[in-house]
Ligand binder design. Structure first.
Ligand SMILES: [Fe+2]
Length: 156
């Protein structure tokens, strides 16, 4: 069966699966970024509090873009919080005091994982001639690569 944008639905099933994985991970990351935005303590409070807000606002936009892309290629995005928790590989955090090094180290690992996920999506999308999804995933990849660079710079 062919979707409205001319792509075979069977061909894009794997891409949709990857995008749903990414969507689930972004939701958990969104919650985690808030947890860190709220619980950060220490001399890095002001810059990190603000930076984390910038990142979670970008994640919120990504969530919408990814879910809508899944629909465009003829599939359905996950919508239940329980499904996000079940699928996500990024781990939730407890609400507790946390210093900047631990926080940034954890976010760095999450972003490195997301980059790997996105590279997989780009490959799978390319195999089914789904350049639109690949392009979106590449934009996400570039943004996360920049974040990885900044987080690494913070850790020195
Ligand atoms: Fe806030």
């Amino acid at each position: 069966m062919v979707s409205d944008i001319g792509l075979d639905k069977n061909g894009t099933a794997k891409t949709a699966e990857g995008l749903n994985q990414y969507l689930a991970d972004l939701h958990i990351l969104y919650a985690k970024l808030h947890a860190y935005h709220w619980n950060i303590e220490g001399p890095m409070f002001f810059p990190l509090h603000e930076k984390l807000q910038e990142i979670y606002e970008a994640v919120a936009e990504s969530i919408d873009e990814i879910a809508e892309r899944i629909l465009m290629i003829g599939h359905r995005p996950l919508t239940k919080l329980g499904d996000y928790q079940a699928h996500a590989k990024i781990k939730e955090v407890e609400s507790r005091k946390i210093g900047d090094q631990d926080m940034v180290g954890d976010l760095l690992a999450d972003h490195q994982y997301l980059i790997k996920t996105l590279r997989g999506i780009i490959e799978v999308a390319g195999e089914s001639n789904d350049e639109g999804s690949a392009d979106l995933a590449i934009a996400e990849l570039r943004a996360h690569e920049k974040t990885v660079w900044m987080l690494s710079a913070h850790l020195g």
